[in-house]
Design a protein around this ligand. Sequence first.
Ligand code: GDG
Length: 499
Amino acid sequence: MTGKGRLLIVSNRLPLMMEEREGNWFAKPGAGGLVTALAPVLRDRGGVWIGWPGTTEAPSVQLRQAIGRAVADTGYDLVPVFLDATEKHFYYRVFANEVIWPLFHDMTSRCRFRPEAWDIYGRVNARFAGAVGEHLQTDDFVWIHDYHLMQVARHLREAKVEQRLAFFLHIPFPPLDIFTKLPWRRQLLADLLAFDLVGFQTQRDRRNFARCVSVLLPDVASVRTRGGYSIIQHRQDKRRVLIGVFPIGIDQAGFARDAAAPPVAERAWYLHENYPERQIVLGVDRLDYTKGVPEKLEAFRYLLQRWPQHNENVTLVQVVVPSRWEIPHYEQLKQEIERLVGEINGEFSRPGWVPVHYHYRALARDELLAYYRTAEILIASPWKDGMNLVAKEYCACDIEERGVLLLSEFAGAAAQLHRYAIMFNPHDITGMAEAIHQALDMPEDERRRRMRGLRRNVRAQDVFWWVDRFLQVALQRRLQDFPVIDEFVPGGSSLAAET
Ligand code: GDG
């Protein structure tokens, strides 16, 4: 990596778990993939992570001290941005999760376009920008993450900040006809053009964004495409914004190592004992209407009806991790999933065999890895997904290389994994059931060949590769050095040719 300045990471949440016990605050450093990949860079160059600590409690001395103590463990600075309950409600719950989240996943009927939420989103973004401004030094580089913070660069530019500012969107960017429904469409696009680099997960997202800019802001900027990148130039001051594709990876080596370690190996053995002579089909999803869980259950029911030879030989383990449960659409989804699980188990269960094992809780990491390692098949069935890390984690943990990945054509991960996964359209219930049927009957050598291909990809383009590539493009911009990231067209001819 070039440049000598520090790195400032800005995300909605600080990489911390805050806990209050008997009036005292404790902060535990987080351990997700993003943190794992960024921590060495932050320690090496020096850096700061700015974000909300996850509580709406007033910022007491106690709370600040607990965050201060966590800095000793992380090895880089943590700067909290505090939100009160009203701000959390409108900025986070309503604007981020009930406007941008459904809109960017093409589900406009679930959007609540509340003007006061837009105002408070702006206010909170201005506060984040203020925190960045306070800690910024001349040579620093600022990397802002995700849809909660799309206006931070504009606020910083208004405050005459000239440092390089980059943004990465973890979720998809919608096509023009969907994005146009946003009441604040031009403003939000213009806000994003205050960055120097905007990164997306797939070519699909980059193309959608470029088209939105050229149609909605023709008077503000011009758009060119070069070798898989878009270059947007402001008409007034000729400033350029680079739009690129950076598919996020996982800590592949970490997952593979932990999957092989004794605690996971023992759990995996125990799981096998519980499912003798049976193939496990696994689903791991946050409770979210974008993840296609009801369709997966419908497909599993169709499989049992259409190919009864699988009855008693297959178990679907569906983990649903509680999330955003205070939003009514999520509660309705939970009820729908539980109704379907009940119907399928009611119809097909036999003594000694329950077709669907349903867990509505977050699993401990070892437990999750044991399921990844044990399951013969994993189904990721999102209607739309920025990437889908679960699919990659499954491949990393399948150290015996016997598993089959079934992947929705609409997951961002499809662009990298479509050659070796079995691809399906999550809206096509019978097609998905056929894919499960094909996977259940797949010969060992084909499973191995496919899984090796998947694991090669997940290893080569891991989260360290992702951070490196993003920072190199952000700091050097030698585009010719970077091969173009693959494109995948759902339902396109590449499907038949490649699988
Ligand atoms: C957003 C975008 C994009 C799941 N269940 C358990 C558990 N998990 C962990 C998985 C994985 C993460 O949660 C889920 O990541 P996904 O990528 O699948 O989905 P989102 O949460 O929607 O993430 C997505 C991602 O950002 C990154 O850019 O890929 O498209 O929507 O890491 O391991 N972890 C534990 N127990 C569980 O039960 N411990």
